[in-house]
Design a protein around this ligand. Structure first.
Ligand code: GLU
Length: 505
């Protein structure tokens, strides 16, 4: 079988949306499963909407997710991988289309076309620039303009349009949907070359896919309307068309419409993998990375949007996704975004991550908080005890923060837990004395001491343990008290108890 070659072809006009990340992922999974090549190509022909930072955002997002390209702007034998650098390549194909009358010159200005569209609209009609209208417009079908072209294009500002045939049934197919058939009379004579000389999406896309030997095109459903035009171009060039598959949309959680920035705000979920600095609105939108999601959990979730592994398993690493993925298991129905599900997936990933990896991540969080703690053994023991309650790594730290720094005592809270301030202070002094004189890790002795103290003070041992927890944790939460005592240094235990005494003064 021929080498599978797929491409992810984003337009760098903004940050990478998770819908497009899913397109990249499906292409990647398919390529890796088939031992083929995954290619990145920037479709940056629309210079008005081009945003330089967008390329970086796309590449960094893919890198964070662990999606590596075999070819792309950085390497590969089929480059350049930016369409803006391929202008010289497109020229001869444009010439060919013109020569064959598959394309033609047009001179209508944007304003003129706008006016015509409005006139049609006012009459309740839809304007299509095609065989039915082109004779009355400014283009080379019209003798007057044809002569102008011949007299060396006096009109400097011209565009080149695709000559869509009058009535041809365009028959193509989609891996998921089967046959796609459309009559060309409903199609627009799409612009192939703009007034600034840049080719447009349709033409560049077809030429590049052909020259880059792309075998399968997997892209979002929103592109399905351009399929007949692409099909026609392949036909005009006499090129074999790659196999096409249009992926179902990712809908917002109500199941209506594509997941947008606004939904993202409402649902409190990001729509970008990593943060995006909007330099126009001067604000930074956080991504999944910044909110603590694992890249493999995000990919796991995106994979389940539109792909059904056909088994019970729901949690997949990237490797497992590659092993299990197949195009046949992609669903036609659109997938709905669900915050609970992504959180659940992240939770599950946190449970199966290796302790070493989690230790590394917890240490990174500690470093960010400028807490320097290097006892890996302790961190590991904490993770084992806490991870089941956590969805995010930062929650491990939040729940275990008292191991790494002294608690912030809330005076009113502490006072509310205390039975009798004076008596309690005395008890705390006795406890300090014990820690001063004995080995804190001799739990047998500690238990005996507390039991005796309880009898002597006519209190329940439970109250003494509560005092210890309040002192060491600051609240009545946390891991087993003996484990906490074991992990804290004697001097810190004493300091923390002293702090409570001070609060009670
Ligand atoms: N450049 C298009 C985009 O921005 C990609 C369309 C395609 O994959 O053919 O999504």
């Amino acid at each position: 079988m021929k080498n599978i070659r797929v491409r992810f072809a984003p337009s760098p006009t903004g940050p990478l949306h998770i819908g497009n990340l899913r397109t990249a992922l499906f292409n990647y999974l398919f390529a890796k499963k088939k031992k083929g090549s995954f290619i990145i190509r920037f479709e940056d022909t629309d210079r008005d909407r081009y945003i330089k930072a967008s390329e970086k955002h796309i590449l960094n997002s893919l890198k964070w997710c662990g999606i590596k390209a075999d070819e792309g702007p950085e390497k590969g034998n089929y480059g350049p991988y930016r369409q803006s650098k391929r202008k010289h390549i497109y020229k001869k194909y444009v010439k060919y289309l013109l020569k064959k009358n598959y394309a033609y010159y047009a001179f209508d200005s944007k304003d003129e076309l706008k006016q015509i569209r409005t006139e049609y609209k006012d009459k309740g009609k839809l304007f299509i620039y095609n065989y039915s209208t082109r004779k009355h417009l400014k283009n080379s079908f019209n003798n007057f303009y044809y002569n102008k072209i011949r007299t060396k294009k006096k009109h400097k500002k011209y565009i080149i349009r695709l000559n869509v045939p009058v009535s041809k049934t365009i028959k193509g197919s989609d891996i998921l949907r089967g046959a796609i058939s459309i009559n060309s009379k409903v199609l627009d004579d799409k612009v192939l070359v703009k007034a600034d000389g840049n080719v447009t999406y349709h033409l560049a896309n077809v030429i590049d896919d052909h020259l880059m030997k792309i075998t399968h095109v997997l892209k979002g459903e929103e592109w399905i309307s351009s399929f007949p035009i692409l099909h026609l171009l392949y036909y005009y060039f006499h090129w074999k068309m790659p196999k096409f598959l249009h992926l179902p949309l990712i809908l917002n959680s109500c199941g209506k419409g594509k997941l947008s920035k606004r939904n993202s705000k409402q649902l409190n979920i990001p729509i970008f993998p990593i943060k995006w600095k909007d330099t126009i609105k001067l604000k930074t939108l956080l991504g999944y990375r910044e909110l603590g999601y694992f890249p493999d959990a995000l990919l796991n979730m995106l994979a389940l949007f539109g792909w059904n592994p056909g088994c019970e398993q729901e949690i997949f690493s990237l490797k497992e996704l590659i092993a299990t993925f197949s195009l046949e298991d992609i669903n036609l129905s659109s997938a709905r975004f669900d915050k609970k599900k992504i959180d659940w997936i992240n939770h599950r990933h946190l449970q199966i991550k290796s302790i070493d990896e989690l230790t590394r991540l917890v240490k990174l969080c500690l470093k960010e908080k400028k807490i320097y703690f290097n006892n890996d053994k302790t961190i590991k023991q904490i993770i084992v005890r806490i991870r089941s309650q956590c969805t995010f790594v930062y929650q491990i730290l939040e729940k275990a923060i008292y191991f790494f720094k002294k608690p912030n005592f809330n005076k009113n809270y502490i006072k509310k837990q205390i039975i009798n301030r004076k008596r309690t202070k005395k008890i705390l002094f006795l406890i300090i004395e014990w820690f001063n004189n004995y080995d804190k890790n001799n739990f047998k002795l500690l238990r005996l001491f507390l039991a005796k103290l309880a009898v002597k003070k006519n209190l329940k041992i439970h109250y003494l343990l509560k005092l210890l927890r309040l002192s060491l944790v600051g609240k009545l939460v946390g891991l087993e008290i003996l484990f906490i005592i074991k992990k804290l240094k004697t001097q810190d235990i004493i300091k923390r108890i002293c702090n409570v005494i001070w609060v009670l003064n």
